[in-house]
Design a protein around this ligand. Structure first.
Ligand SMILES: *Cc1c(COP(=O)(O)O)cnc(C)c1O
Length: 236
């Protein structure tokens, strides 16, 4: 029997990869180094079957927003060679689950959270990869650091042996036009370049761009995009 869900996800994934490749070439032609953009599949509120279908189509990096949902999926899919990223808001009473089960966390925006993740990351696991979330549009509805706070939190994370500072993540304000999106992403790139100069041995990841603004993000230098809807369809 033909599995419609798997068929749809396989097709969507191929389309997203093709778009990504095209826009990446465009970025490189403009002199923006977006080489090797990593595609992260955001599977929040999608089923185990949907994740298995994307995996069967070659996808290996997945992201979840809710701690309990993410941990349940990680445990059910522990036989698959997946890198799991946590990208949602993180409360201090949930840091332990993230430290024990994920390999990346992209939403670190305060020292208290970083400290707990460092203490709770099991010694036998590789350091937890950390991106600092920046509220680049200074949107009152969003979490994340103000741009001028990045330096001091980065310095703290860099001293934590069980954490590895890998770069920055952002989510733009909703309903802005393309011009404004480009501007915000360009501001992120400048912050990222400063961070990279300071920590050249570890910082290599600029995570920005979702289904609605992937193109603008890659044109401004994203090297990781987080795509949910364009791969899996609308969430429940
Ligand atoms: C849900 C989510 C995404 C994916 O959004 P889509 O519009 O479905 O591609 C990316 N990043 C974060 C932080 C999210 O919460």
């Amino acid at each position: 029997m033909v599995n419609k869900l798997a068929e749809k996800i396989t097709k969507n994934l191929a389309e997203v990869q093709q778009q990504l490749q095209q826009v990446n070439q465009e970025a490189n032609a403009n002199g923006v180094d977006g080489s090797n953009v990593t595609l992260l599949a955001v599977s929040k509120r999608h089923s185990i079957e949907a994740i298995q279908a994307a995996y069967a189509a070659g996808q290996r990096q997945f992201a979840e927003n809710y701690v309990q949902e993410g941990v349940d999926k990680i445990q059910q899919l522990q036989d698959l060679a997946i890198d799991w990223h946590f990208i949602g808001p993180l409360q201090s009473n949930k840091t332990k689950d993230v430290a024990q089960h994920f390999s990346w966390v992209q939403s670190v925006d305060r020292e208290k959270i970083a400290k707990r993740l460092n203490q709770q990351r099991p010694a036998e696991l590789a350091p937890l990869n950390v991106l600092l979330q920046v509220n680049i549009d200074q949107d009152a509805n969003k979490s994340g650091l103000m741009p001028e706070q990045v330096k001091s939190l980065a310095a703290f994370v860099d001293t934590c042996p069980q954490l590895k500072l890998r770069g920055l993540m952002t989510i733009l304000e909703a309903n802005t036009d393309e011009q404004q999106q480009r501007q915000s992403f360009a501001n992120m790139r400048r912050l990222y370049q400063q961070l990279q100069q300071q920590y050249p041995a570890s910082v290599d990841t600029l995570s920005m761009g979702m289904s609605g603004d992937m193109r603008q993000a890659v044109l401004e230098g994203a090297n990781m995009v987080r795509i949910g809807t364009a791969i899996f369809g609308q969430r429940e």
